[in-house]
Write a protein that binds this ligand. Structure first.
Ligand code: NI
Ligand code: MN
Length: 229
């Protein structure tokens, strides 16, 4: 399994001959190392409806004939935009041809702002994602606060690598993300959702050092960097 960080919350997963992209916010993302038009995938996974996560999802899914996997309201909306979609919801898991996806809790919002319109299309509950393939389990927390049930997620799933937001302001900051990593019992943690904009500036390397002191491997991937599991 190969995981590539594309900045903000965007991650490319290559496994079992399939390519998946999570939260492909590339257009308008100053940290994105690739253009949306360069993305070729079989699946687009979305955690919630905020525009810095939906991003280029609909364009990518339509161009690649890829399936959008997302919480029910968001997946249904993707279908209305002309995408293939597979709606799921929190607590549900489904086996796809690349592996299994399970949606988890996330404490956040999920309003989508259609381009040029001053209103939200509310996309229900935001989610986190557990992706299991090739005997590995990846957790992408989406945007979330720290919450106690992360302990339950960690008890019930052996997490090989967790993508956790550390940007603060809109999500967990580094202090809460460190506690999240411990509660999740994650073997490795990649910090996400930081340094995209000045408001969410954080030191990824310092966060990785704090993880190391807690016995957890921290991988502060630069946008464009990959890790093999
Ligand atoms: Ni958000
Ligand atoms: Mn966000």
């Amino acid at each position: 399994m190969k995981l590539t960080y594309y900045g903000h919350s965007c991650v490319l997963i290559e496994t079992n001959g399939k390519r998946l992209v999570i939260d492909p916010f590339l257009t308008g993302n100053p940290s994105a190392p690739v253009a949306a038009g360069d993305i070729r995938v079989d699946y687009v996974l979305l955690t919630h409806g905020h525009n810095d996560h939906v991003g280029d999802a609909f364009e990518i899914a339509k161009r690649c004939d890829a399936v959008v996997i997302a919480p029910f309201e968001l997946a249904t909306y993707a279908g209305w935009q002309g995408c293939k979609s597979h709606p799921m919801h929190i607590g549900g898991s489904h086996r796809f041809d690349f592996g299994t996806v399970k949606l988890t809790l996330a404490f956040h919002g999920s309003g989508y702002q259609p381009a040029g319109e001053q209103h939200f299309v509310y996309m229900g509950m935001p989610a986190g994602l557990l992706v299991t393939a090739e005997g590995r389990t990846i957790y992408h927390a989406g945007d979330t606060a720290l919450f106690g049930d992360m302990k339950v997620i960690g008890e019930r799933h052996a997490i090989d690598l967790a993508f956790l937001p550390i940007g603060d302001n809109y999500t967990m900051g580094p202090d809460d993300a460190l506690t999240a990593a411990e509660w999740l019992r994650a073997k490795r943690v990649v910090p996400i959702h930081y340094n995209t904009f000045p408001l969410i500036a954080q030191d990824g390397k310092a966060f990785a050092e704090r993880l190391k002191a807690a016995g957890i491997e921290g991988l502060p991937l630069a946008p464009g960097e990959s890790v093999e599991l």
